[in-house]
Design a protein around this ligand. Sequence first.
Ligand code: PEP
Ligand code: MG
Length: 578
Amino acid sequence: MRHQLEGSGASRGMALGRARLEQPSRFLVDETPLEQSEVAGELQRLDNALASARHELRGLRDKLAGPLAREVAEFIDAHSLILQDPEFVNGLHELIETGRYHASAALKLQRDSLVAVFEAMDDPYLRSRREDIEHVIGRVQGALSRESSVEERKLASRVGEILVSDTVAPAELVPLAEHGVLGFILTSGSALSHSAILARSLRLPMVVNSHAALSHLQDGDLILIDGDSGKVIVHPTAQDIAGYRHWQREVAQQDERRARLRGVETRTVDGAEIRLFANAELAADVAQARTNGAAGIGLYRTEFLYLQRNQVPGEEEQFQAYRDLVLGMGGLPVTIRTLDLGADKADSAGIVLDEEPNPALGVRGVRLSLRKPQLMQTQLRAILRTSCYGPVRILVPMISAVEEISTIRRMILECARELRTQGYEIADSFELGAMIEVPAAAIALPSMIRKLDFVAIGTNDLVQYTLAVDRNNSELDTLYDPLHPAVLRLLSQIIAVCARANRPVTLCGEIAGDTRFTRLLIAMGLTDLSMHPALLLEVRELVNTLDRSALRKHAPALLRATDRAGVRRVLARLEDAP
Ligand code: PEP
Ligand code: MG
């Protein structure tokens, strides 16, 4: 029966697919004991499901290609090994034969006891491997539940899967996308989470905060998700599917119209140039930044190189990744952000200090880098070595005190000296910038600015820390508001300090690519915005219709607004401005 679930859009686009519930306990588990006469048949069902899961993994491995193939292959191999492990398979057989459990119940028992073993481990890396057990058992459960219907299996291979889960870690997203997942429905989360940011880079729709999804969906349900509106249609009708096709045609037309803006300047009608930079995490983002005519890379999030792997990438590997990025941008400026692991971006290599009571306020970003100087030096060396291939700027996240900048500057100088003595050709000097995303940095910026060559405003975190509202907590959605007067005043101060000191300032939080905020940001005086490259043409299309001087006249009113309603009233007037 068709019905609809609500959520919030976190990564745009639609997808039609089969629900895949990523909560093994949600698989239909038959708890009734088997009759002796049923045991042989149940063993056969289990063996078929195991064979089918192994076959799926082999198929996935054969299809691997591209830069992440090696990492994903490791992930798949680990899963294949579990499936072949005689202890694992014999344990399941025994539960069915001796315990008279159905295969689904045997899998659940096996999962629970293995997860308990992993959870009791001291080593955080090994402990995190419990997810592998869950993935593998989930895959066998999926195969088991598909066993019953050949029709469903055919459908599955045609339309792919949409993952339904409570959460998904950024590190899991790339392998899931490579496994053919078409989209995500999460019962919690937010559009500001790093998972959502990565989903946008992977161009996969994501609905978050869909509380009822896990309890109302069954594994295998056909669903249509809309990552703009946050709606999930369960058992869509022919009419819904026609709507989906219509959306696909509209997107194609819109892309065609916007493609004409690729080589066009971004300039307001009164002649002000607005520079649109790209945020990038993956190689595909760099390609899209180029094709969509980005002014450069305003933010390259290096931490994605460190996720989903169990070893820290070495200098050479990082160098190659950054060099490709710089070469890919063909001489345009590239801003590489040093490692911003921590909080919701935890790695599996155990670099991040785990078990922090409050990770968002913990050892994150530059704090982590300064505690692990070796890690920072390796990264700085790799970045500095790319400086002979094009203009590279170094950006440091989570700065909260001027001493951090001085220390990083010293480290850069030391690394540069060392590289030169080792015979590397590197640039003569390096631009160093700070992410202004902690209120302390925003407030103390006048005393920091002389030590900086440029500034990047990270509103995703600046809003979170100014308002003390977790950017990932869906319960606080309405409180997480970039239009809060306190946020606007901080923004205005940062922009003014940079203007007085003659330092370029870019805004690179998610609002930079959200056309609902474009007028506001231009009114506040920003001229450099950095956004996901997929949003660049849409923002350019709007900017090219705006009048900057008319918008600027509203800046005082924006700052005078005492509450959010007041800010929204001024914004409504901006909409009417040309
Ligand atoms: C920000 O905080 O606005 C930002 C761009 O950084 P990230 O989203 O990676 O924390
Ligand atoms: Mg940030």
